[in-house]
Structure formats: C-alpha cells, structure tokens
Design a protein around this ligand. Sequence first.
Ligand code: LLP
Length: 423
Amino acid sequence: MTPTGFSRLDGVLRAEGVPLPALAETVGTPSYVYCANTIRVRYRQLAQAFAGTPHRVHYAVKANSNLAVLSLLRELGAGVDIVSGGELFRARQAGFTGADVVFSGVGKTIDEMAGALDAGVLLINVESEAELVALDALAAQKGVVAPIAIRVNPEVTVETPHAYIRTGEKGQKFGIPRDDVSRLVARLRELPHVELRGLGMHLGSQIGNADPLRDALPRLLAAIETARAAGHPVAFMDVGGGLAVPYGPDERDADIGDYAQIVRAAAAATGLTLLLEPGRYLVAEAGALLTRVLYRKHAAGKDFVVTDAGMNDLIRPALYQAHHEIEAVVETAGQVKADVVGPICESGDFFAKDRALPNVAAGDLMAIRTAGAYGFSMSSNYNSRPRPAEVLVDGDRFAVIGARETCEDLVRLERASPQWRSA
Ligand code: LLP
C-alpha cells in the first residue's frame, strides 16, 4: 500500500511532518490538507509504469484545481486535461502553456473553444458532430486549423461504485458512439479547419478492475484504424482517467502495473503517443478534510457526531453514498456507533452512517480521509457557508494555498438593491 502522507506519532495524526492539531490551531476548521509528497509519489509511480512508452500524463484538473496543486504537478512534468474555460484560466495561472492542455467535455461553448484556440491547446476532444461543425466554423473565422481528437464512446460495461461516474456505456451523453465514428471521420472531408490528431475515450471514474479497459481498447483501436485509413495524421491515443484508489480499509490500490501493461500493449500496436488523464489517482489519498466535532447528540436511540464540516464542503457521501474513512485526530479510548453529520439543513448531509468510530467528544478533531480529489473542487456555499481553507504540507512545512472564504466573499458579487435596466 502506498503511503498516503498521513500517519500517527504518539497517537496524533500528522500530515507528513505536521501534526494536525497544530494545523487546526493555526488555520481553523474545516480545512482541506494535502500532502505534497504523496502527489509526487503517485505521479512518479504512474510515469514509471509508462516509462519507455511515448506518453504524457494530462492531470484532470477537475479533481483538485487549486493553483498550488496544479503548479506542483506541472513541476513534475504533467500536462492538464481541462473541461471549461475556467479550468483553462487556472491552468495558465499555474504556468501551463497551451501545448500542455487537452480540452475535454461534452458541452464546450464557442467562447471556451475560442479561448482554447487562442491558447494553442494540444487537442480539443470533440464529442458530437454539432460541436465539430461549430469548431470548424470558429477556426475558419479565426483563420486557423483546430487540432482535434474524437472522443469515442466504446459502449462497454463499466463497473464503478456509483452509476453517476460511469461514462463509457451505451446511451450516455459522452463521446461519439463507436458505430458513428466512421461517419464522423467521413464528415471531416468537408471541414478543412479541423485536423484529426487523435482519438480517445474515458470510461468512467473509480474503475475497480481492468475488464472495461480490456473490452474498450480494441474498440478504440478500431476507431483509430478507421481514421488512419482515411488518411488523417493521427498522433495521439487518449485513454482517459478513471484509475481507482482505495477509500475503505478493505479496498486495495489499483494495480498500476497491470493497467500500464494493458494500455502500453494497445498503444505499442499503434506507434502513437499515449495520453493519460488521471485525476483521482494523483491527488485523492494526498488529501483529508480536517473538521472539529461541534456536538454529540443522542436521539431516537441513535448516536450522532455533529461536525463543523458539511456536505457543502465534501459532497461525495451525499451525492454518491461514497465511503470515506473517518479518524479521530488524537487517539481516543472507547468506541461508538454513530452517524457523522454536518450542520446543513438536509438529511443527506452526512459523512458516515452507523459507523464504528472512536468515542470522540465535542471539540475533538477528526480527519475525513481520501478527500484530495473531488473534495474542495465540488464544494459550494450552500447554506451560505464560506468554503474551507486549503493547506499544502511538504515535509515539516505547511502553506495556506487557499484562504478560508469570508462572509464578505459570499455576497461580493451580489446587490441588495437591484440596479434596474430595460431590455
Ligand atoms: N478525463 C475525463 C474526460 C473525465 O471526465 C474525468 C473525470 C477524468 C479524466 C478523470 O477521472 P479520474 O481519473 O479522476 O477518475 N466527482 C466524481 C468523479 C467524477 C469524474 C468525472 N470525470 C467523484 O467524486 O467520484
């Protein structure tokens, strides 16, 4: 099992060399805490597994889009996979150039695609014929040729912990159904302002075994063959993200060696440069949400632990019934079976149900683990709660890389008195 960066010394949970109680004292709670060295280790594991195969890791920004996390990954050699103009802006703020960027997503606006062309992105991953036609017209207007990849929906069976994070199955909104690829490729003849440089897919997220990949790769290879046979200068094969990480004590690491072997073999057959779009794998385990217990409550025969973090800070349990391990930061005697709930006015605002936990008391700190991916990036201001601080730990040092929002931030863009205008 790869170290996550979180460990105990004398019963106290630390992020790398920084004890979490000291961190909580300085930055308050709730706060996201990320371990830089875990991200480094994960990146290198992946890069090593693909060493010898022409490839580039394009980190999926949506998993954790903090500028310092992006910069860290850039320094390690990553490119980025983005899905919005906002993510392009972030990537550039973090020092990525256009050539580092692959632009995915099923609903890119004309403005977003214009921004991507101006930035000189490596590839725009096209997901529909309508988008392809719109992009061609836009590129014509700008007097450029847009480098594109076709995202293929290989229509395989994908097993993930929740249906919402499957994308490569039949009937989903993502990609071009595999049977429509040749029609789209034929259509390219009429569209001189796009150039087909790659084909790709993304099957889903938190994919626990290699079966979907094994089923999908031949279908992607067939699509690549179709494009090449039509004379397109295909140079890239994008296999998306989706590598799983363990969330529970009985879950295991994704077999990165197995994954790499399957993907490398497929890529080798094409001679293409491989693009990987991992998000979760690089950052999930590196992060924890640090929260303080506000109250213990006993009601209707049940125990509740009420925390100062809520579903607005970490929505995965509410949205996907996702499991996150929860630990007492300072080892505590005794156990309790309780629901861990936040302060939000929704019954879905929970982090755990009927979970065996250390017998924490009001004022105690808890760490909600494996929260580095899709934690802060999916957080909101629901219930008018300022979003938490984000802290990066690197060895014995820490830095606030995202300041805690204030109540002023909540209303900064709003007006109590509307300034009326006529249409
Ligand atoms: N590439 C594309 C085109 C994607 O849509 C995604 C994720 C990724 C790469 C990265 O996938 P990863 O390696 O992180 O599995 N919010 C959900 C996950 C949604 C993933 C959406 N797309 C969660 O919290 O589990």
